[in-house]
Structure formats: structure tokens, C-alpha cells
Design a protein around this ligand. Sequence first.
Ligand code: TYD
Length: 153
Amino acid sequence: MEKTLVLLKPSCIERNLIGEVIGRIERKGLIIRGMKMIQLDEKILREHYAHLVDKPFFPALCASMMATPVVAMCLAGVDVVRVFREMTGATNGRKAAPGTIRGDLSMSGSLNIIHASDTPENAEIEIARFFRPEEVFDYTPANLKAVYEHDEI
Ligand code: TYD
């Protein structure tokens, strides 16, 4: 089953929204395969946001991502990368659609609550960046047959 990497950012931790976001993940029927709290540093952020290191906002982005530990999650589901990006919403919380995590919980372009992988290829790279192989658990939740019709998985 496809996997994606999610980070609950310091803006999520500082506003006590960890439970709100995890609740949405659980209610949707996504499988949590891995979850841990980690303190990010500039080295890992330069890798993770390699496409943004030359942007003027990169130092502020780093500072905001290091303000507190983050919660890293590995989620699984059918088409989970696309499904969870749609649940995440547009980058800027003021432009994200109502009903999305950012659209409902953020008013900022940078303090936007969560990160979610944008492609299955990047998801594999990002999961390997934040999790050791033994920290991602390959189990079958008992409710899986209530989440999917038998021919969907
Ligand atoms: P990006 O990868 O473009 O967006 P997304 O998180 O939606 O995949 O940007 C990464 C993070 O960089 C984004 O979540 C918040 C921050 N950021 C800014 O602070 N200002 C900006 O103008 C952009 C584009 C991003």
C-alpha cells in the first residue's frame, strides 16, 4: 500500500492541534505506520527543503521549523499521497479551501500546520530521511475491511 510522510510542524504543536490533525487522519481511515517526535536542525532542513534554500524566506522557514520538536508520521493508504495532499490544502492557509487542514486551521503562508509529501517518489525519499526502517511498522489494522471494499486494496 502507498505511503506518505507527514510532519506536524511547530505551528501545530504550539497551538495544541496534534490531536485535531491525528483525529482527521484516523477518521479518514489512513493507517499510521510510524510516528515519533524529533527536533529538526538546519542540516536536515536543507535536505528536506532543498528546492527552497535560495529563497529569501529560507532562514525564517528554518527558524519556524526548529521552534519546537515536530511529530513525524508515516501514513499508508490507497493513493495516500494525493489523498493527503488534498486533505492538507494549498500552501498558504489563507488561500487553502475550507475543509482542508490548512484551510480550517491556519491563517499563514509559513505557519501552515503540516508538511505532506507531494509525490510517491518524494514520499519514499522523505520517509527514509525521517525514519529508520525498523521504525515503520507493517501491520494490518483490524478495521481495514470496513475502510475498503475487498477489491480496492
Ligand atoms: P512548498 O514546498 O512550496 O509548499 P508545501 O508545504 O505546500 O508543499 O514550501 C514549503 C514550505 O515553505 C511551506 O509549507 C511554507 C514555506 N513557504 C514560505 O514560508 N513562503 C513561501 O512563499 C513558500 C512558497 C513556502
